[in-house]
Design a protein around this ligand. Structure first.
Ligand code: FAD
Ligand code: SIN
Length: 535
């Protein structure tokens, strides 16, 4: 088994991983970024609406903080919210320096988008392809940095911890369980390699793929949460799955996002009778926080039996739409809808995981040597429901803070183990049995969609738990007996994360933000996090 040494290893090449790697390398540290597909393949690359930050004279930090707290429904950590909001403008200036050209108005000011839950226009965007512009700029900067080695098609399997190494005879006086590296499946090496380092950053993004219908690309399988939990780190609030209200409805099941910024430019949601229904649900109507809009759509669809609702942007001209939302316009037209003339069929789809690996503002998790930022992390910013466009912001701010912490920790690091135990692989690969993986993949995703959706009940959650336990046994049995391959590794992580999500949902005996259950329809008097200690 090949073993490679670096100061730090970053798992993931979205906004969180790349911005962390870049900053740390610029401090003179060697960094390896492992990413399981092509480097640009990430949720970041698909971000449309943009990045929320206070940049206009008519906005201020208190308003951004107040909007974030209101969306979070009593569960945000206000200190965290204040810090992230306050550091946003500086982090945005830095990515502009990297070459991200946010859209501007004719006079030269930034064109600021408006999304659900925001009291002001404050979302910087690059038309409707903000994520791609950020991803490209970061990848360019990373490619120019010789201290960063970026390994594509290299998938983190499990964290190497001193607790694990002690079972193989590694001796240490330090009683603290500490991350000292990573096993990864590397396509180029044709098998498993080990990466040894003083710090691992989890930047693996979300877990939308555990749901049958999602806006997320295939990489979003919750790997970081599963790895962290297996290694002993704490996770929290995994019941808070954000369903984006408006994904393009296609009968084949693909769910292309129709940005909330479209409603910010005047689009209205209409039910099967053509009625603009949001006025019945919230004073901010179509720009209410996302949990409220998604539940309203769900209720309208259940009431009418329709498979979708409609988004009406016909008040805008074809030219306006093509200039502001070129990717959305292209997608709709490809499917036979002209957004200036036709109502667009939309449905909610799983979009963002507000919970994650417990992470402090320093970027530290509860496991020594392990850091997290981006969607995989739970910092307390989002509470029970994320304010739109706050996630790119959170990733940039946390990455910068985590670099300060890692730099300081590396300066006083414990010696790393000299020998790492060789990876022991099941030596069989049985393609006939692959049908088990494919079947279980579909079943898991349907289970979550049907039993842990927008509106929940204890009975449905218990049903999900029972199904997941069974699937978990089968998948883990397969894992221990057959040779590892990316699909198996992803499925193992998906079933782990799905189980944790359901466990958190069953712990929460109230409805709050994104967790809405028929058995406990109101808030408990005291807001609390759901917490699961790592294994
Ligand atoms: P990601 O960008 O998802 O990157 C994760 C990386 O980890 C990928 O490179 C992946 O391949 C890699 N990875 C995962 N597991 C492994 C493994 N085991 N080994 C190696 N590599 C691994 N947020 C906003 O703030 N504004 C928006 O406008 C916005 N629009 C969105 C639109 C869409 C369609 C989607 C899906 C999300 C949107 N979001 C938006 C959310 C936001 O894009 C994400 O939360 C954010 O980009 C996450 O960044 P990240 O770096 O944490 O993870
Ligand atoms: C969108 O453009 O609607 C997505 C924004 C987000 O998820 O923050």
């Amino acid at each position: 088994m090949e073993t490679l040494d670096y100061d730090a290893v970053v798992i993931g090449s979205g906004i969180a991983g790349l911005s962390f790697a870049l900053r740390l390398a610029r401090r003179g540290r060697s960094v390896c970024v492992v990413t399981k597909k092509d480097s640009a393949e990430s949720n970041t690359n698909y971000a449309q609406g943009g990045i929320a930050a206070v940049t206009s004279a008519t906005d201020d930090f208190d308003l951004h903080v107040a909007d974030t707290l209101a969306a979070g429904d009593g569960l945000c950590d206000e200190e965290v919210v204040r810090a992230i909001v306050a550091e946003g403008p500086e982090r945005v200036r830095e990515i502009v320096e990297l070459g991200v050209e946010f859209s501007r108005l004719e006079g030269g000011d930034y064109s600021l988008g408006k999304e659900g839950g925001h009291s002001k226009r404050r979302v910087l965007h690059v038309q409707d392809m903000t994520g791609r512009a950020i991803e490209e700029a970061l990848l360019r900067a990373v490619a120019a940095e010789e201290r960063i080695s970026l390994r594509e098609h290299c998938m983190g399997i499990d964290l190497l911890t001193t607790r694990k190494l002690k079972k193989f005879g590694f001796h240490s006086e330090d009683p603290v369980n500490r991350v000292v590296g990573l096993y990864a499946y590397d396509r180029e090496a044709g098998g498993v390699i080990a990466l040894r380092c003083g710090a691992v950053l989890l930047a693996t993004g979300g877990a939308g793929q555990v749901y049958q219908f999602t806006t997320n690309p295939p990489i979003a399988t919750g790997d970081g949460i599963a790895m962290a939990y297996r290694a002993g780190a704490e996770v929290r609030n995994l019941e808070f799955v954000q369903f984006h209200p408006t994904a393009f409805f296609s009968p084949e099941g693909e769910r292309f996002l129709i940005s909330e910024a479209v409603r910010g430019e005047g689009a209205l949601l209409r039910n099967a009778d053509g009625e603009a229904f949001m006025e019945h649900y919230h004073p901010r109507r179509d720009l209410a926080p996302r949990d409220i809009v998604a539940r309203a759509i769900d209720a309208e669809m259940k009431r009418s039996g329709a498979r979708f609702v409609s988004l009406d942007l016909t008040a805008r001209s074809a030219g306006e739409i093509a200039a502001r939302f070129p990717a959305i316009d292209h997608h709709c037209r490809k499917h036979g809808y002209a957004p200036d003339k036709d109502w667009i069929p939309v449905v909610p789809a799983a979009h963002y995981l507000c919970g994650g690996v417990t992470t402090h503002l320093t970027g530290e998790t509860t496991l020594a040597g392990l850091y997290a930022c981006g969607e995989v992390a739970h910092t307390g910013l989002h509470g029970a429901n994320r304010l739109a466009s706050n996630s790119l912001l959170e990733a940039l701010v946390l990455a910068a803070r985590a670099v300060d912490t890692v730099e300081e920790r590396l300066a006083h690091a414990e010696p790393l183990p000299v020998n790492l135990p060789a990876w022991v692989d099941g030596n069989v690969s049985d393609s006939d049995e692959r049908v088990v993986l494919i079947h279980n993949w579909h079943e898991l995703r349907r289970t979550l969609w049907d039993y842990m959706g927008i509106v929940r009940s204890t009975k449905r959650l218990e049903r999900a738990r029972a199904r997941i336990e069974l699937l978990s046994r089968e998948i883990n049995d397969y894992y221990w007996n057959f040779r590892v391959e990316p699909m198996l590794l992803e499925l193992r992580n998906m079933v782990e994360v799905a189980g944790l999500m359901v466990a958190c949902a069953l712990q929460r005996k109230e409805s709050r933000g994104l967790h809405h259950t028929l058995d406990h329809p109101s808030h408990l008097p005291e807001a609390h996090d759901t917490v699961l200690q790592g294994r």
